[in-house]
Design a binder for this molecule. Structure first.
Ligand code: PEP
Length: 254
């Protein structure tokens, strides 16, 4: 697929897989995707599997991501994980502000912005998630919601940091539901986000930021969605838990 920005396809494994299951999956992905150079492939296991998966990915073209991190540095924060601890395991990416964390952990845009800053300070690339609920879409406020989330979650980042940030547009109503936004719906919001980035920063910066789509992406719909001009990759939940499904999404994007 000939794209303006290099595609990035990331698997969000959420709270799934033992260490042994994670290793088995990543061994399969390594075998199947060894020749892939034109797409950045990322897997985001649970914290408990990061260390072993990291070893398995040494000298692989697949990169490692985490699903969350603390906004704080090392210190007295029981149960939290600092960005430096992720770097220590050769983690390169970190998903921030996933809608499940916004919903269940009540994460706010301000908290996500603090985490994004801390991620950059540790040379991690944040994947910042935004997206409207079904009620918000039906209420006609998708753009307003997404604008608030994007500007709030990127607040305080420099232009250079924003270029090194991945955004993920994930309509909440499409996550884990089997309902996917149409490619036109995805493109419309992605183009809106890029326009917004141009007003927040400038046109050149906006053109360089990669914006993933997430929400029930699978092999059957990946090509159509990824072919949209402002869709620069996918954040994949359910379909990334199984080797064949994730491999096919990536192969369908080439
Ligand atoms: C996600 O949780 O980021 C996601 C997109 O999940 P799914 O692909 O299962 O809809």
């Amino acid at each position: 697929m000939d794209k303006e920005r290099k595609l990035i396809i990331a698997g969000n494994w959420k709270m799934n897989k033992t260490v042994a299951e994670a290793i088995a999956l990543v061994q399969g992905l390594k075998r199947e995707l060894a020749a892939v150079k034109d797409v950045d492939v990322v897997v985001c296991p649970a914290f408990t599997a990061l260390s072993e998966v990291s070893k398995e990915l040494l000298s692989s073209n697949i990169r490692l991501g985490a699903q969350n991190m603390s906004e704080n540095g090392y210190g007295a924060f029981t149960g939290e994980i600092a960005a430096g601890m992720l770097r220590d395991l050769s983690v390169r990416y970190v998903i921030l502000g996933h809608s499940e964390r916004r919903q269940f952990q009540k994460e706010t845009d301000a908290l996500i912005a603090a985490k994004a800053k801390a991620a950059h300070a540790a040379s991690l690339i944040p994947i910042v998630c935004v997206g409207e609920t079904l009620a918000e879409r039906e209420g006609g406020i998708t753009e307003k919601v997404v604008e608030t989330q994007v500007s709030g979650s990127l607040a305080g980042l420099t232009q250079e940091q924003v270029v090194e940030t991945v955004l993920a547009y994930e309509p909440v109503w499409a996550i884990g539901t089997g309902k996917t936004a149409t490619s036109a719906q995805a493109q419309e919001v992605h183009a809106f986000i890029r326009k917004l980035l141009a007003t927040m920063f400038d046109e050149a910066t906006a053109k360089r930021v990669r914006i993933q789509y997430g929400g029930s992406v699978k092999a059957a719909n990946a090509r159509e969605i990824l072919s949209q001009p402002d869709v620069d990759g996918a954040l994949v939940g359910g379909a990334s838990l199984e080797e064949r499904g994730f491999v096919e999404i990536i192969k369908n994007s080439l």
